[in-house]
Structures are given as structure tokens and as C-alpha cells.
Design a binder for this molecule. Structure first.
Ligand SMILES: C[C@@]1(CC(=O)O)c2cc3[nH]c(cc4nc(cc5[nH]c(cc(n2)[C@H]1CCC(=O)O)[C@@](C)(CC(=O)O)[C@@H]5CCC(=O)O)C(CC(=O)O)=C4CCC(=O)O)c(CCC(=O)O)c3CC(=O)O
Ligand SMILES: NC(=O)C1=CN([C@@H]2O[C@H](COP(=O)(O)OP(=O)(O)OC[C@H]3O[C@@H](n4cnc5c(N)ncnc54)[C@H](O)[C@@H]3O)[C@@H](O)[C@H]2O)C=CC1
Length: 193
């Protein structure tokens, strides 16, 4: 059983540190920005690969620091992603993050992660996050691609309409729950064949 608990973070209001601007750092930044284009991210790396720079420089709130990792870079951060190619440096980042009670992801070592990044599908206001419990990141990618294709764009109109209806409802909480459940009943009804 997958016992991870997903939460939806306001990365445009939190400070993320990524250490390592190579292949893995690029992948992580790409998917963070795809889901949260205004995420506030600082990236510390000895060097940055060209794909990384392309993505980072086009983003709104990404700050680059060309340096070796030092503990001082944890200051003011909420979330840390260690993506260097050195196990020792990744371990140091993890240990120093834990001392500060920061949430940390070590891309190459699931056992050292407080959280995993997942496959993410966004359709307007709807967001679906996919986790395979670290069993197969490639499966998470494929399921993400599948859902991106099958979930209709109109789902966002549905959410807008439901939100408009919700704000017209007068009455107590119980009444609102009943009204919202009634109007959405058709969404989960099996189609009779
Ligand atoms: C545990 C986790 C920790 C974390 O990184 O957060 C982790 C760990 C590792 N990934 C590895 C490899 C690959 N990762 C991907 C892709 C993705 N990896 C992502 C998440 C996660 N990867 C977390 C678990 C998520 C879950 O529960 O499923 C995704 C979903 C999200 C994201 O990265 O943003 C993103 C797809 C995004 C998308 O497309 O939507 C591909 C495929 C590809 O790139 O095409 C490969 C190559 C093929 C393969 O190995 O499967 C390795 C081996 C490294 C080595 O051998 O050196 C490890 C380490 C290990 O498992 O030991
Ligand atoms: N979780 C995932 O999705 C995946 C994880 N991995 C693992 O991730 C690790 C990183 O691999 P790559 O990104 O391909 O390596 P890479 O060599 O492309 O990038 C490493 C980056 O870390 C930087 N760096 C190294 N030491 C540093 C230090 N002390 N301070 C700051 N920056 C430093 C380098 O300058 C470079 O930019 C590998 O151990 C690999 O096994 C690999 C593939 C997928």
C-alpha cells in the first residue's frame, strides 16, 4: 500500500532550494515550473548545464547561485531538493536540512527523502498528482501522459460552473452539502449499456 499523503503546495509563496543544476536538477525544475510557473526557487550549483539555464532564465522567480553547496543556503527555505552527482554532498544537504526540520528530497536516494515529486496533470483549476510510491517513476510519467490526454479541457468549465452555483447557495452547511451533492450526482453515475 502507498501510505504517502499528497498535499498541494503554494510554491509561489514558499521558498524552494535546489542544489545541482545538471540533468536531474533540470528535470526537477522543469516539472516544478510546469505545475507552478511562479514557484520561488533558488538553485545553487557549481555549474549549470545549458538545458537548465534555458528553463531557469525563462522563469519568473528562479534565482541562480553559482557556488558549491554551503549550509548558509538553507536559510529562509521551506523545501530542499538535493540533486548533485555526489552522494556525500546530497547526504550532507539532507542531514543539515533535517537539523532545521526542512522537508528534503534527495533525488537519487528514496530512503533519504521526506517527500517524492510526482507525476502531475493540470487542467485549469483541476490538478491530479500521481505517485507509484517510488516503485516506477516511468509508470508515473506514463499515467500522467494518459490522464493529460483523456481528461477533457471542459473539466475546468465544469469547476467554474459549480463554483458559481456554490456561491449562490444560501442556507446552512448541511443544506449546501446536500445541494452540491445533488447537482454533481451525474458525474459518478454509471452509464447504463
Ligand atoms: C522516488 C523519486 C524521488 C524523487 O525524485 O522525487 C524518484 C527516484 C528516482 N527516479 C529515477 C529515475 C527516473 N525518474 C524519471 C522520471 C520522474 N521521476 C519522478 C519522481 C521520482 N523519482 C520519485 C518517485 C515518484 C513515484 O512515486 O513514482 C517524476 C514522477 C517527477 C519529477 O521528477 O518531477 C518524473 C516523471 C515526471 C513526468 O514525466 O511527469 C525517469 C523517467 C524519465 O525521465 O523519462 C527515470 C528513468 C527511468 C527509471 O529509472 O525508472 C531513479 C533512478 C536513478 C538512477 O538509476 O541513477 C530514482 C532513484 C531510485 O529509484 O532509486
Ligand atoms: N530522481 C530522479 O529522477 C533521478 C535521479 N538520478 C540520480 O541523480 C544524481 C545526479 O545526476 P545528474 O543530474 O545526471 O548529474 P549531473 O552531473 O548532470 O549534475 C550534477 C550537478 O551537481 C552539481 N554539483 C556537484 N557537486 C556540487 C556541490 N558540492 N555543490 C553544488 N553543486 C554541485 C554539478 O555542478 C552539476 O551541475 C545521480 O546520482 C543519479 O543517479 C538520475 C536520474 C533520475
Amino acid at each position: 500500500m502507498n501510505q504517502l499523503y499528497p498535499i498541494f503546495l503554494k510554491l509561489h509563496e514558499l521558498n524552494v532550494l535546489i542544489v545541482g543544476g545538471g540533468f536531474v536538477g533540470t528535470e526537477k525544475l522543469h516539472f516544478i515550473l510546469k505545475s507552478s510557473p511562479e514557484a520561488q526557487v533558488t538553485v545553487v550549483s557549481k555549474e549549470f548545464c545549458s538545458e537548465f539555464l534555458e528553463i531557469a532564465l525563462a522563469a519568473k522567480n528562479v534565482t541562480l547561485v553559482e557556488d558549491s553547496y554551503q549550509e548558509k543556503y538553507l536559510s529562509g527555505k521551506h523545501i530542499v531538493i538535493a540533486a548533485t552527482d555526489s552522494k556525500e554532498v546530497n547526504r550532507q544537504i539532507r542531514d543539515e536540512s533535517k537539523e532545521r526540520f526542512l522537508l528534503v528530497n534527495v533525488a537519487d536516494t528514496p530512503e533519504l527523502c521526506d517527500f517524492y515529486l510526482g507525476g502531475i496533470v493540470t487542467k485549469g483549476n483541476l490538478k491530479v498528482a500521481i505517485s507509484t510510491n517510488g516503485k516506477s517513476p516511468t509508470a508515473a510519467k506514463r499515467i500522467r501522459q494518459l490522464l493529460e490526454e483523456v481528461l477533457p479541457e471542459e473539466l475546468d468549465d465544469l469547476l467554474d460552473n459549480l463554483n458559481a452555483y456554490r456561491s449562490t447557495l444560501k442556507g446552512d452547511f448541511e443544506y449546501k452539502v446536500k445541494a452540491m451533492n445533488e447537482v454533481t450526482e451525474g458525474l459518478v453515475k454509471r452509464v447504463e449499456v
